[in-house]
Design a protein around this ligand. Sequence first.
Ligand SMILES: [Zn+2]
Length: 311
Amino acid sequence: MVRELVVLGSASQAPTRTRNQNGYLLRWDEDGVLFDPGEGTQRQMLFAGVAMSAVTRICVTHFHGDHCLGLPGVLQRLSLDHVTRPIPLAFPASGEVYVDHLRRASSFYDRLDLRLQPVTVPSSGRELVTVEDLGRWTLRAAALRHSIETIGWRVEEHSGRTMLPDRLTEARISGPAVGRLLDEGAISVGGRRVTLEEMSVERPGQIVAFVMDTGWCDGALALADGADMLVCEATFASADAELAVAYGHLTAAEAGRLAAESGVRRLLLTHFSQRYRDVGPLVEEAKAMFSGEVVAATDLTRVAVPPRRTQ
Ligand SMILES: [Zn+2]
């Protein structure tokens, strides 16, 4: 099973020669969650070697152009390619007017089964709102703090159990009995009651958090809490912290602090201002605050979700 983030774009506001506007495809088993498709997302997917049919749902953090102007192209292309499965589109409910504009931006034969998911979250605080429970994982959301309503996303796998083969052999449990033990939590073997807890250990679910345009806030902390991978905006260097405050953005050092306070494992910095030709110093700023792994997003690369925690 593949769990990785395909970086389609990593520039804030305006594209550069080396960075497209935002766009991120989270490949998560059979799902493909497309976050914030900026202009040019369709072509970036081609360059990145991912088919449009890999997209199974779309999440938009907010309706500034660098996070959503690729939506018309993506939706029209999904329709053109005869993608028949329903495509949920989750977005801040206050931006519904922009969704209406973007999905009808030009004339096309619309055969896409787009399912709108306008999301409402408390405007502040650490509450995570469940958007949809997909059986094996849950899509959750929390408010971020920006100049317009902005929502961050969290992909949260349900925890499960890993069976211990030695104990199963010892208890003489095999074949369909293992499935029954998983389903029922306990079974009787030769007159003895055997529980799932005895025969297995907890398998923690994996978590990916997506924190885009925001100032420091509780919502970002809630989203990032315990994440295996945090995709986080780092628009500015600390030297430009005044700009970060003025425009509702994080510095790279704040992104590092967010990862550190949240117990994150891998931090992927992105959404860089075009003023930085070299983002190496931003990575160093984040590293000074956070002892985990820090990676700077580079267009058309893939960043793996770290292997599952063992406990
Ligand atoms: Zn932005």
